[in-house]
Design a protein around this ligand. Structure first.
Ligand code: SAM
Length: 329
């Protein structure tokens, strides 16, 4: 593929070097703030990009200067062929950092193969360490499987492993210290996330403002500013002895859109410019009508011009109808 001369830069001077790729919109869990119970609105199979199409699009982005790729979903470990796909993406010229987001229910079986395929970093969703609560939040009894998955990931050397905890008022907000202790014990990075109003499920979540929680943790652990590999929207703090690192993803109480560096490819080949807005480019029709790499690159460049300045989760919380699993969270 011909190298593109300049990287991707949007109208607001932000460099886009990070692509999140949803490899499936299906999930084995129904987290209360994410996929509604009984959700059936999954993409038709022949609308989903096949593995070769995903590889081709990632190659186009890599040629445009995108060096970081995250596999997500839905639940990516449900996608058949994920491990060979990861290996192929990792081998693409320009891809320097391949990571994965997972709920870890199937990770115990796949951790070693994923690590070998070149996935370096893992984000694992875990909102609680209590089996009954996890069942209440996710709709399934999965704590043992998730912990087994985490231990397998640790054993095969993923570094860092970040635990994503969506903090929900009155549901799990009394468990942050327990989660911190678990992370310190196992060397995981804790990431606390504010529930976002994406889809009706996101809107009806028990939102918790993370600012007071951050102040409390800062005082308790004497936390200092830290930089953790990943460069996403989280702002990290670390204890002076380096044993505890915690990131805060605060799209509502303090958004970081000014430094947004990413776009998202959904399972049907739609490129979304912002998690919280509708600006998008359908790449599948181009791909399937024989567009050349140069044409795909030109389309991507034009789409990057549509990237909005910021989401409007606070000002217009009723706006976004897509659930997170559809965009690729
Ligand atoms: N299944 C994978 C996982 O569990 O990481 C990847 C997809 S999941 C949609 C990605 C992340 O989005 C998870 O950490 C999940 O907790 C988060 N998420 C989903 N809906 C959300 C919402 N309304 N607000 C905040 N985070 C949300």
């Amino acid at each position: 593929m011909p190298p593109a001369n300049a990287g991707l830069c949007d109208r607001f001077g932000r460099t886009i070097d990070y692509l999140r790729v949803s490899v499936t919109d299906r999930c084995d869990l129904r987290c209360s703030y994410c996929l509604p119970k009984g959700y059936r609105d999954f993409e038709e199979r022949d609308h989903c990009l096949d593995l070769g199409e995903i590889e081709r699009i990632v190659g186009v982005f890599a040629a445009l200067g995108v060096s970081r790729v995250r596999l997500t979903g839905g639940e990516p470990l449900l996608r058949r062929g994920l491990v060979p796909l990861a290996a192929r993406l990792n081998a693409l010229p320009g891809v320097q950092d391949l990571s994965l987001s997972t709920n870890a229910t199937q990770l115990a079986d796949q951790a070693a193969a994923l690590r070998q395929a070149g996935v370096a970093r893992l984000n694992v969703s875990l909102d609680t360490l209590r089996a009954d609560r996890l069942r209440q939040i996710t709709g399934r009894d999965v704590l043992c499987a998730v912990i087994e998955g985490l231990m397998a990931a640790k054993q095969v050397g993923f570094e860092p492993i970040k635990l994503n905890m969506v903090v929900l008022r009155g549901v799990n907000d009394d468990e942050i210290d327990d989660m911190a202790a678990f992370c310190i014990e196992h060397g995981f990075v804790l990431r606390l996330i504010e529930a976002m109003p994406v889809g009706d499920t996101g809107r009806s979540a028990q939102f918790a403002d993370l600012q007071p929680i951050r102040r409390r943790l800062q005082e308790r652990f004497q936390l200092l500013d830290a930089a953790i590999p990943g460069g996403g929207p989280a702002r990290y703090l670390r204890s002076p002895d380096g044993r505890f690192s915690v990131g805060f993803i605060t799209p509502l109480s303090q958004h970081f859109c000014a430094t947004c560096n990413r776009v998202r490819l959904s399972v049907d080949g739609t490129l979304y410019m912002c998690l919280g807005q509708d600006h998008s480019l359908p790449l599948r029709p181009l791909l399937r009508s024989g567009a050349s790499d140069a044409e795909l690159m030109a389309a991507v460049r034009a789409a990057i011009d549509l990237k909005p300045e910021r989401h409007e989760f606070r000002e217009a919380p009723g706006k976004l109808m897509r659930v997170m699993a559809r965009t690729g969270g």
